[in-house]
Design a protein around this ligand. Structure first.
Ligand SMILES: Nc1ncnc2c1ncn2[C@@H]1O[C@H](COP(=O)(O)OP(=O)(O)O)[C@@H](O)[C@H]1O
Ligand SMILES: [Mg+2]
Length: 231
């Protein structure tokens, strides 16, 4: 579905992503793990076209790396940014409607589909998004991205800043999305959770992909355990 080849990003001369190549196949949950500053957010932004990048990105065999950011969602890529980025003073429902901005109108069946996944958001649909709990905000951010029915959902550190019990809830949701056939690219510093929910993962370190493989193998690797899991 997604093929990224030799993708690089510099920020005023400093290399943030260096010739990264990866693939996500239909129906897979694929992780990108790495410490703070490794380049995870930069990688997802480069795919979404919100930072200048070199290299090639193909979605369903179409080259999209030359396109401006606003044309990327129409190719089936939904991006849930780091830190949720909801509109805090708008209601949950208005945030979801904005997620569907590139459709002429948000369809009521899209709301129903998304509320079926997140019943809690339906209960709170008239509440200002900024007054939701952290976990609910993360769900709203995921729901907003799903309004456009993306083929690929990219999640940037969904567990960031959340209490452990809420992290478990979010990860249950991600696992559920994965089981129901969603294709997901998941960037995380929370390596344990990410490897649990993904089938394959890439390891990003100072802008380079240094390793990749089945998540179960990475979970067993001594190098990964020492670098990320504190074991
Ligand atoms: N807008 C920016 N300007 C300059 N440097 C940046 C910018 N955004 C990120 N960086 C740098 O790029 C590197 C990768 O950052 P980032 O992609 O945010 O990593 P991660 O998401 O893995 O924490 C870091 O060294 C970071 O300081
Ligand atoms: Mg980040």
């Amino acid at each position: 579905m997604l093929r990224v080849s030799d993708l690089s990003v510099d920020y005023s001369g400093a290399v943030a992503l260096s010739e990264a190549s990866l693939e996500v196949n239909d129906g897979e949950v694929v992780g990108v793990i790495g410490n703070n500053g490794a380049g995870k957010t930069t990688l997802l932004k480069a795919i979404s076209g919100t930072v200048a990048r070199r290299g090639e990105i193909e979605m369903d065999n179409k080259v999209i790396s030359g396109l401006p950011a606003h044309e990327i969602p129409a190719h089936g890529i939904g991006h849930v940014p780091e830190g949720r980025r909801l509109f805090p003073y708008l209601s949950v429902e208005d945030n979801l409607a904005l997620g569907a901005y590139s459709q002429t109108q948000a369809h009521s069946d899209d709301f129903e589909r998304v509320y079926a996944l997140f019943p809690r958001l339906k209960e709170r649909r008239r509440q200002q998004a900024g007054t939701l709990s952290g976990g609910e905000q993360q769900m709203a951010a995921i729901a907003r991205a799903l309004m456009l029915r993306p083929k690929l959902l990219m999640l940037d550190e969904p567990s960031l800043g959340l209490a452990p019990v809420i992290v478990d809830q979010i990860y249950n949701t991600i696992a559920q999305l994965g089981k129901s056939g969603f294709t997901i690219l998941l960037a995380e510093q929370n390596v344990a959770e990410c490897l649990e929910v993904s089938s394959r993962a890439y390891v990003l370190q100072t802008g380079s992909i240094i390793r990749s493989g089945p998540s179960q193998e990475l979970q067993k690797s001594d190098a990964i355990r020492q670098a990320f899991l504190g074991i």
